[in-house]
Design a protein around this ligand. Structure first.
Ligand code: PMP
Length: 395
C-alpha cells in the first residue's frame, strides 16, 4: 500500500528530539553522559516515597485506583496551592489543573490558545520540547536573544513595534538550557509589555526551587499580581519532576478562569486526568512534611556538583571554553571561544566515551553551533573528572 499522504502535514514540521537519540547512545557501555536533564535518582527520597505509596494504597485505595476529576484531586490542588504560596505564587485550588508533568501543561495551553500562524516568541536558546508543542500547535515561532540577564526584553519591545504576538514562552529562572535567570528589571519590563500589548506569558518554572543562593527573583506571576493586581494573561506551570520524582509524571498549571475551563476540555480529550495513583502518592508525600528537607538536600548536592564541574572545565579547558556560573538548576551552558560545530565535535566526544547536548537543538532560529549543554545533576564527581578528561582528549 502507498502510505504516503497518511501522515498529517504538520508532522513534517516536527523536529524529532535529538536528545532522545543522544540518550540512547549515552546508555552504551562505558559512556559517561552529561547530556540528559535527568534528576539524580541517588537523591530521590525513596523512604518518603515508599511511605507515601503505602499510605496511598492502604488508606485511600478508592481514591488511588478510581477515576477522578479532570482538573486533578482537590486535596492535591490545595497542597500545590500551599507549595506555590511559598514561591510567591498565590492561587487557589480552583485555579490549578494537575497535568502529566509540566510538559503536558505546555501542550494543553498551546493547543488552547494558538491558532495556526499565531506568533509565539521564545528565548534563544530555549527548551527544546516547548518548541515541539509550539510546532504541533502550528504557531509561528519567533525568537529573541538572551544574555547573562536572561531574555533580552528590549529585542521583544522592538519586535512588538511591527508584530502582534499571541504570547511569550519563557523559563525565567535557571533556564534550560542556558542556566540563566531573568533579571528583576527585565521581569518588570516583560510583564509591563504584556499588559500594554495584550499578550500571554507562559511562565515555565521547573527549576526555581533548585537555587544555590538565598537570592530569589519574584515569579512573573507574582510581579504581575503586585504591579497590576491581576494575572489574567499569565500562565504559570511547574512540576514535581525536579523536586520529587519525574516518574510520577505530575506537574501543574495555574491559569486564569477564562482559560482553565478550556484547558480542562482538551485534557479530557487527551487523557481524562493525571494518574490517580501518582496524585495520591504526591498528596500523601506532601502530607509527610518531608518536601522542604528534600529540596534542601537537592539544592546542596547540585550546588556542589555544579561547582565541581565548573572548576574542572575552567582548569582543564578554560582556554578554549567559556561559561557563566548558574545560580541554580541543573545545567551549564558552554561556548567555544573560537567558532566550532559542536554537533560535529560530538562524534569525536562519543568516540572518547562522553556525551553532551550540542546547543543548536535549542534554537528556534539562528542556531549558535559553538555552544553545548552539560548537565551536572546525574554524573558523580569521579565521572565528571573522567568526562572532562575525555572532552579534552576529544579536542
Ligand atoms: N520545562 C522545562 C524547561 C524542562 O526542562 C522540562 C523537563 N526537562 C519540562 C518543562 C518538562 O518536565 P516534566 O514534564 O517532567 O514536568
Amino acid at each position: 500500500m502507498n502510505t504516503e499522504g497518511f501522515l498529517a502535514a504538520r508532522m513534517a514540521r516536527l523536529k524529532s528530539s535529538a536528545i532522545r537519540e543522544l540518550l540512547k547512545q549515552s546508555k552504551m557501555e562505558g559512556v559517561i553522559s552529561l547530556a540528559g536533564g535527568i534528576p539524580s535518582s541517588a537523591l530521590f527520597d525513596f523512604d518518603g516515597l515508599r511511605e507515601a505509596t503505602q499510605l496511598a494504597i492502604t488508606e485511600y485505595p478508592e481514591h488511588a485506583f478510581q477515576y477522578g476529576l479532570t482538573e486533578g484531586s482537590h486535596t492535591l490542588r490545595e497542597r500545590i496551592a500551599e507549595l506555590c504560596e511559598g514561591r510567591g505564587v498565590v492561587a487557589s485550588a480552583d485555579d490549578i489543573v494537575v497535568t502529566a508533568g509540566s510538559q503536558q501543561a505546555l501542550d494543553l495551553v498551546m493547543r488552547a490558545v494558538v491558532d495556526p500562524g499565531d506568533i509565539f516568541v521564545v528565548e534563544r536558546p530555549t527548551y527544546l520540547a516547548a518548541l515541539q508543542t509550539l510546532e504541533l500547535a502550528e504557531a509561528q515561532i519567533l525568537s529573541v536573544g538572551s544574555d547573562s540577564d536572561g531574555m533580552i526584553v528590549d529585542e521583544l519591545a522592538e519586535l512588538l513595534k511591527t508584530r502582534k504576538i499571541k504570547g511569550v514562552y519563557v523559563v525565567p529562572t535557571f533556564g534550560n538550557p542556558s542556566g540563566v535567570t531573568l533579571s528583576r528589571a527585565r521581569r518588570e519590563q516583560l510583564v509591563q509589555l504584556a499588559v500594554k500589548h495584550e499578550f500571554l506569558i507562559l511562565e515555565d518554572d521547573p527549576y526555581g526551587e533548585l537555587r544555590f543562593t538565598d537570592e530569589r527573583q519574584p515569579t512573573l506571576f507574582e510581579l504581575s499580581q503586585s504591579l497590576f493586581g491581576n494575572t489574567e494573561n499569565i500562565i504559570y506551570t511547574s512540576t514535581f519532576s525536579k523536586i520529587l520524582a519525574p516518574g510520577l509524571r505530575l506537574g501543574w498549571v495555574i491559569m486564569p478562569q477564562w482559560l482553565l475551563h478550556n484547558v480542562a476540555i482538551i485534557k479530557q480529550a487527551a487523557d481524562l486526568h493525571a494518574s490517580a495513583l501518582s496524585q495520591s502518592v504526591a498528596e500523601c508525600y506532601l502530607g509527610l512534611n518531608r518536601m522542604t528537607a528534600q529540596v534542601e538536600k537537592i539544592r546542596a548536592t547540585y550546588k556542589k556538583k555544579c561547582a565541581v564541574l565548573a572548576q574542572l572545565l575552567e582548569s582543564e579547558l578554560g582556554d578554549v571554553l567559556t561559561f557563566e556560573y548558574p545560580k541554580g538548576g541543573m545545567f551549564l551552558w558552554v561556548r567555544f571561544r573560537e567558532p566550532r560545530n559542536c554537533t560535529e565535535w560530538m562524534k569525536k566526544a562519543l568516540e572518547q566515551g562522553v556525551v553532551f547536548v550540542p546547543g543548536e537543538y535549542f534554537f528556534a532560529e539562528n542556531p549558535d553551533h559553538s555552544t553545548f549543554r552539560l548537565s551536572f545533576a546525574t554524573a558523580t564527581e569521579e565521572q565528571m573528572q573522567e568526562a572532562v578528561a575525555r572532552l579534552k582528549r576529544a579536542l
